[in-house]
Design a binder for this molecule. Sequence first.
Ligand SMILES: Cc1ncc(COP(=O)(O)O)c(C=O)c1O
Length: 466
Amino acid sequence: MMNESPSARGVQRYIEEAKEVLLERERRWQRAKGMRFDTIAVHGLYTVDEAIKKNQGAIIEPLFLSSAQAYRDADELEAALSYQIPTWCYTRIHNPTLGYLEDTLALLETYGSDVRAGCCVYSSGMAAIENVTDTLLVRIGNERPNFVSQCQIYGGTFQQFNVRKMQERGIEVRWVLEPADIDEWRKKIDKNTRFLYAETPSNPGLQFFDLKPVIELAHSHGIPMVVDSTIASPALMRPLTFGADIVIHSATKVMSTSGMGMAGAVIARQPIVSNIPNGEMKADFALYLKRYPQRDQGGCLHPFQALMTLNDLRDLRHRVDRLSENALIVARFLASHPAVLEVNYLGLGDHPRHKVASDYFFLVDAEVDPRYQRPVNRYTHLLAFRPRGGHEAARRVFDRLQLIYRATDLGRVKTVATIPAISTHLLQGEECRQMACIPNDLIRLSVGAEDPQDIINDLKQALEGR
Ligand SMILES: Cc1ncc(COP(=O)(O)O)c(C=O)c1O
């Protein structure tokens, strides 16, 4: 201590000063933990106190467009850049506006549990998937890492795994064809497996399976379970609360429902299970991503988009409820229409995965919502159907849509349709589509918040060719 240099003492002074900031943050976190889902979605960690003391009373979280943070002196700069005090530093590393979104997402994904999690947001869902998976696919010695994934996943993710990782870089992805079969997952794991990957439910095939045994299997091998939960959103299912390690979102979708931008998010349990000997990474995976891989690779979210997504999130529960109710009404109509061969919607009672979906998908806080006062199953905004007559007939139905947009998008307040075989899942080719059960005549429908009768009227005229 006697030989401590003036600069070391200066750095230490800032570390001491930051302790109060961290304590205050912890107090706000605990306070938020005692609040209901809707309140967290509306406020996150932003408080009246912060608004008055720091932001001129602004009731909406401020937008920090500055690319960099200034420091009082060299000691504070060193304390910040060595990550010894809370800092945002440079927007590629962090930014206060991103922080508001990240706190809210971490709280929503762990809602109703004691699980502690961190969040790191990205410029898109694909950037989030890439950063998570590449970070976990680190080489240890001469081992060649592999990972095990269900094959029914979003087309972009399939290409990232199959082409970018496997074909271009020789990192083996081991596809699970039937994810409900726990033995298939088990047989594909070996000592070089770094993680298991699921998309629940999957886009567009709505594959879904009992997640808990697969999470247990991952943990019994000392590896993390990574779940893309984009379609469900935390309003219906929160995989971290029943054991998953890392949740990924394309926050572009139902979280940014007004459809004006792209965003991705990673929410990770503290700590995650992993066979990688890196204590810092395991302790707080989201913070690790932010401090190192994302910092070095870019892919950061723009603060303006963070604020837009945060603003869209505030009524997530109500919106997911409404979209899911509409989707069920539309699915029932399609199921009753003679020109429809098959409807794939998890909410239909005769769907082969309806029962298992009913064990997982509950509208959060329905028990305390005066409209329901009981647990309520909701099955998301996403469905798919096959008109009779094959691919060309499907194209004709699709082309006749007048209210519904033909676009590769989902989770919108407006109803949107696409044919995955010629759009989202085109690049993966016929063979891989067959493996993932995506027929060429499948129309994917993301049901919006319009009056469902108008959606039905549009589908009816398109199916009947009038
Ligand atoms: C389930 C799922 N995950 C990830 C993505 C990729 O997200 P983004 O488009 O934000 O990059 C998508 C996009 O459609 C998706 O549907």
